[in-house]
Design a binder for this molecule. Structure first.
Ligand code: NAI
Length: 477
């Protein structure tokens, strides 16, 4: 078998395979789905274009999808988040060798340029034979390429690049322009094949709801993020782990006693604030939403505006999924050697473009993904992962166990959309609660959890079935 792929070094495959083997042990959700569906192979015929951080945990997801019958092509959804050994191991596959890879075409390596990033995203949607019929997305870039590609194809051209466009959007437009020159129907054909998309994260989900509201969504979507067993676990407990991991690996600065600002107190912010406080940092939260601000205050965190604390804080973490949270002006007002990092999906939470334009500023690479920006005053700040999600850029993202929850949801969502396509309109759906409860159930044994069983009478008394679901859809956990 020969196939196209692009990774850093296939020689890393053995190291990756060892890590994948250990991760499998920590991912009981995915492994039990392999047991449950390995024989019936409900994803037979599915051709999945995956755009999601190419980590060890994602390798276990990919090999679960193939064990369930799918064909897969994969790219990372961030230029820094690939673990090169995981990418190599997935290409080689469990039964292949470096000289005879038998796995899955992966197009991902740590430290892609933006041009390379978008080329890789195009690659996962460009299949040698029949095209992709499913997308598995994280942040919505693959979905955006199909939607914008089709929109601009219909208009007959890609709009000219302007000064308003970010550098990345300019690169994106150039890519689509090139594909249109090669085949003026490419994205129309691709979009007509796609049965649906399953989306991993808050930011990608926002984009999907916007498309659906505007009546522009080209295929049905499942919002995996808002499964309770995703956002209330991965976003919160995953970040509670990886925020510290990222800071330690990047800087190894002592967190205890430091003043740390967490911008945003949603699921990600809650996990980050808790972790920093557990390390002994004094945590200040910024919020726009009065409910989240009140929650933060009741957890004992000071809630303030960034301007009130910007001169005194040692560590800044943005978690909002919004843009321009930390501006170039803020960064100039910070303490010497303040650490600035973003854990939200896109790099525009911190105004990196504005920072680069500050008069007299210089940038020194301390090590990859750790940069000191020195102002003409002589003071400097440390920016992690160039403003991109630093828990994946400076560390290895969330640990396997929590990702097993997220990816069990992804797998179930792929089966759902692929096998019951006709049941879904061009709208955004969440998985039904019994499947959410199923994902949680798959993870209890590994933690030695003893679940209490409802008696028939108790179930009747509170108006639920003995086997669940145990809560109404509006319950918030
Ligand atoms: P969320 O919507 O639960 O929380 C975001 C919070 O930020 C909200 O409470 C909102 O009111 C607040 N906010 C918005 N604008 C603000 C501003 N100007 N100042 C202060 N607060 C503001 O979203 P969630 O799930 O916490 O996700 C946040 C981001 O993290 C998203 O981009 C998501 O895609 C990403 N994410 C990253 C992960 C990672 O591993 N790095 C994991 C999971 C999510």
């Amino acid at each position: 078998m020969s196939f196209d792929y692009k990774v850093a070094d296939l020689g890393l495959a053995e190291a990756g395979r060892h890590q994948i083997r250990l991760a499998e042990h920590e991912m009981p959700g995915l492994m039990s789905l392999r047991e449950e569906f390995g024989a019936s192979r409900p994803l037979k015929g599915a051709r999945i274009a995956g755009s999601l951080h190419m980590t060890v945990q994602t390798a276990v997801l990919i090999e679960t999808l193939t064990a369930l019958g799918a064909e897969v092509r994969w790219a990372s959804c961030n230029i820094y988040s690939t673990q090169d050994e995981a990418a190599a191991a997935v290409v080689v596959g469990p039964n292949g060798t470096v000289d005879n890879p038998q796995g899955v075409p992966v197009f991902a390596w740590k430290g892609e340029t933006l041009e390379e990033y978008w080329d890789c995203t195009e690659q996962i949607l460009t299949w040698p034979g029949e095209g992709a019929n499913m997308i598995l997305d994280d942040g919505g870039d693959a979905t955006m390429l199909v939607h914008k590609g089709r929109e601009w194809e219909a208009a007959g051209q890609v709009p000219p690049t302007t000064d308003e466009d970010s550098e990345e959007f300019g690169i994106f437009k150039a890519l689509v322009r090139r594909t249109l020159e090669q085949d003026g129907q490419k994205w129309t054909k691709v979009s007509e094949e796609i049965k649906g998309v399953t989306e991993e994260t808050t930011t990608g989900v926002h984009r999907l709801y916007e498309l659906a509201r505007a009546g522009l969504l080209l295929f049905p979507a499942i919002n995996v993020n808002d499964s309770v067993t995703k956002s209330k676990f991965d976003n919160k407990y995953g970040c509670r782990h990886s925020v510290i991991d990222g800071l330690n690996r990047a800087t190894d600065v002592l967190i205890a006693g430091k003043l740390a600002v967490v911008a945003g107190y949603g699921d990600v912010g809650k996990g980050c604030a808790q972790a920093l406080a557990a390390q002994g940092a004094r945590v200040v939260v910024t919020e726009v939403d009065p409910i989240c601000a009140l929650q933060a205050a009741m957890e004992g965190f000071q809630v303030a505006r960034l301007e009130s604390v910007v001169e005194n804080a040692d560590i800044f973490i943005t978690t909002t999924g919004n843009f321009n949270i930390i501006t170039a002006e803020h960064m100039q007002a910070m303490k010497n050697k303040a650490i600035v990092a973003n854990i939200g999906h896109f790099d525009n939470e911190i105004d990196m473009a504005g920072l680069a334009k500050v008069d007299g500023i210089t940038k020194t690479e301390i090590k990859p993904q750790v940069h000191e920006w020195t102002f003409s005053s002589g003071g400097s700040i440390i920016v992690l992962s160039e403003g991109r999600l630093f828990n994946l850029g400076n560390a290895t993202g969330h640990p396997s166990f929590v990702m097993s929850n997220s990816f069990a949801n992804q797998t179930i969502a792929q089966i759902e959309l692929f096998t019951k396509t006709g049941d879904y309109e061009k709208q955004v759906y969440v998985l039904p609660k019994h499947l959410d409860e199923k994902v949680a159930r798959l993870h209890l044994d590994a933690l030695g959890v003893e679940l209490t069983e409802l008696s028939k009478e108790q179930a009747e008394y509170i108006g639920v079935d003995v086997a669940g679901p145990y809560k109404p859809d509006h319950y918030r956990y």
